[in-house]
Ligand binder design. Structure first.
Ligand SMILES: NC(=O)C1=CN([C@@H]2O[C@H](COP(=O)(O)OP(=O)(O)OC[C@H]3O[C@@H](n4cnc5c(N)ncnc54)[C@H](O)[C@@H]3O)[C@@H](O)[C@H]2O)[C@@H](O)CC1
Ligand SMILES: Nc1ncnc2c1ncn2[C@@H]1O[C@H](COP(=O)(O)OP(=O)(O)OP(=O)(O)O)[C@@H](O)[C@H]1O
Length: 481
């Protein structure tokens, strides 16, 4: 702005100097002696040394410098403001946990004759086996250094050392017989990770999600994933797609931020620029299998891992993993979401033997362990989730309707849940279960609930767009009632 103002001043000055010239020429009818008597002549030499243009140039340079300084100071101020707000948010979260604990202890003291709650914190697994192949942390995660030290991590250190910072035990009843025991436990954990809606937050704090996918053939899939992330509660949703796919995806929704960079010669740098601003990535919806795109995506995954960003890999992203498992192997914030076809390919690539199709849960555990205890979700009649040590199933009733794009709703919303779950875990809100598993369970429940609700309205003609329309009310029913 300053620069624009300077340019305006410069042209005004220039106009002024030419105006002076024209005035002089208008006055040229006056006797020359008269004119020179009123305006003392400057020595010619001095004028040649300091032409107006040179002075202006200096002036502009100084202004540009001042402008740069101003922006640097402003940026530092905004960063400090961001940090302050995030600290405030983390403090609020901790207060809420403490309040919750106080309420639960008051209510259990007030009603001793009621059916007793589970003796200890009920284990939320349906079956368990330890994984010898992988060093594990307290919450069952592979340990990785975290280069990012945000306020949540600081909060986590506080919480873990404070005696009162216990897991927030809440039990919710959905009033349905199909949700008991394990489902209730996991649902309550999912609820605990959902950030409260408060007026104190600024845009972006509840999630900035990046979707990597979208090419000439597939524009629907990245759109479904990105809009689902927004509707599940992310503040901002970015799509990184090819140049050709971008206008199409933009035209579906003005709410998405679309970057036509995936097939540009410097695609990795273009995407990398955005990584510091993203909370999680969903890789694969509508990506296609073109070699150059997959190479770019591989590099972006590598860069994201060094930033400790949760990464959900779906669809053609899984094709990449099948070719090069090491790209995500052992990354504790990675989640794979294969359908049965994708799962079979992955299993065979990793285990080099045919899969035992009579025992999917066992095969899934084997795959997860082979992938370094990565969280894997096998989608189907039941969604089966494992991190190689425990197996969970989500069998919330959906419907008999299968339409293309349901998996994109799942992966897009999982991107948001993954950000929330890992933030909550860092803040000490969830401890007993791997946050990736909690995120996976949240997204599976939401997808199935959307499918059920959309089917009640539209029956056989249900499409993914109809399911997306249901995200708001399904979310409320599952997690906010
Ligand atoms: N509107 C869109 O743009 C959509 C694009 N999609 C994208 O399409 C690309 C390819 O995905 P595909 O799933 O077709 O590729 P796959 O190679 O995984 O699937 C190939 C074949 O497997 C079949 N199949 C899928 N699920 C199965 C199951 N559970 N049991 C038996 N057979 C099964 C499919 O019908 C298909 O014929 C991905 O990038 C994906 O994201 C899909 O997400 C659907 C919607
Ligand atoms: N047989 C089923 N019964 C009930 N729900 C199912 C069934 N199959 C899939 N789903 C639901 O749909 C979700 C997506 O699974 P799906 O198999 O459609 O994925 P996908 O093939 O990858 O999808 P996409 O069409 O987006 O590529 C699952 O997580 C589950 O919630």
């Amino acid at each position: 702005m300053i620069r624009t103002r300077c340019v305006q001043q410069l042209s005004a000055l220039k106009r002024g100097s030419s105006l002076g010239t024209s005035m002089r020429s208008q006055n040229s009818g006056q006797p020359t002696s008269n004119l020179s008597a009123r305006t003392p002549k400057r020595p010619r030499k001095r004028r040649a040394n300091f032409p107006v243009e040179k002075l202006m140039e200096q002036f502009l340079e100084q202004s540009a410098q001042a402008e740069d300084n101003f922006y640097q100071v402003e940026e530092r101020r905004l960063q400090a403001e961001d940090r302050r707000r995030e600290m405030e948010h983390a403090r609020e979260l901790q207060m809420l946990q403490m309040l919750g604990q106080m309420f639960s202890s008051v209510s259990s003291a007030a009603a001793p004759s009621k059916a007793s709650p589970p003796a200890a914190r009920a284990p939320v697994n349906s079956s368990a086996s330890s994984s010898p192949s992988c060093p594990r942390g307290q919450s069952g995660q592979v340990k990785h250094p975290s280069p990012r030290r945000d306020c949540f991590t600081q909060q986590s250190r506080l919480s873990t050392s404070a005696p009162q910072a216990l897991v927030f035990d809440r039990y919710y009843s959905l009033g349905s017989t199909s949700h008991r025991g394990m489902d209730d436990d996991l649902l309550s954990l999912v609820k605990n990770t959902i950030p409260p809606l408060t007026s104190k937050k600024h845009k972006g704090q509840d999630g900035r999600i990046g979707i990597i996918g979208g090419c000439q053939d597939y524009t629907g899939a990245p759109y479904f994933a990105a809009i689902s992330a927004l509707k599940a509660g992310a503040d901002l949703s970015h799509v990184f797609c090819t140049k050709e796919a971008a206008p199409v995806i933009k035209s579906y929704s003005p709410e998405l931020i679309v970057h036509p960079v995936l097939d540009s010669p410097n695609a990795v740098e273009e995407i990398e620029k955005w990584l510091p601003r993203l909370h999680s990535l969903v890789v694969g919806p509508g990506l296609g299998r073109e070699g150059l795109l997959l190479k770019t995506v591989k590099e972006v995954i590598e860069k994201s891992k060094t930033r400790d960003i949760p990464i959900v890999i779906d669809a053609d992203g899984l094709w990449l993993v099948t070719q090069q498992p090491s790209v995500i192997q052992g990354y504790h914030k990675g989640i794979l979401t294969p359908n049965i076809m994708e799962f079979t390919r992955l299993y065979q690539a990793l285990n080099r033997e045919p899969m035992d199709s009579s025992d999917h849960q066992h095969s899934l555990m084997q795959l997860s362990v082979a992938m370094g205890n990565l969280t894997v979700v096998l989608k189907g009649e039941q969604d089966v989730i494992t991190d190689g040590s425990k197996v969970f199933t989500c069998s919330l009733e959906g419907s008999g309707r299968r339409c293309g794009g349901q998996g994109d709703l799942l992966s897009g919303s999982m991107g948001v849940f993954a950000h929330w779950a890992h933030s909550a875990s860092a803040a000490g809100v969830i401890r007993s279960v791997n946050p990736s598993v909690v995120a996976a369970y949240g997204a599976c429940s939401l997808t199935r609930q959307c499918n059920s609700q959309a089917f009640q309205r539209h029956g056989r003609s249900t499409t993914t767009s109809d399911m997306i329309q249901e995200i708001g009310s399904a979310f409320k029913k599952l997690f906010e009632s």
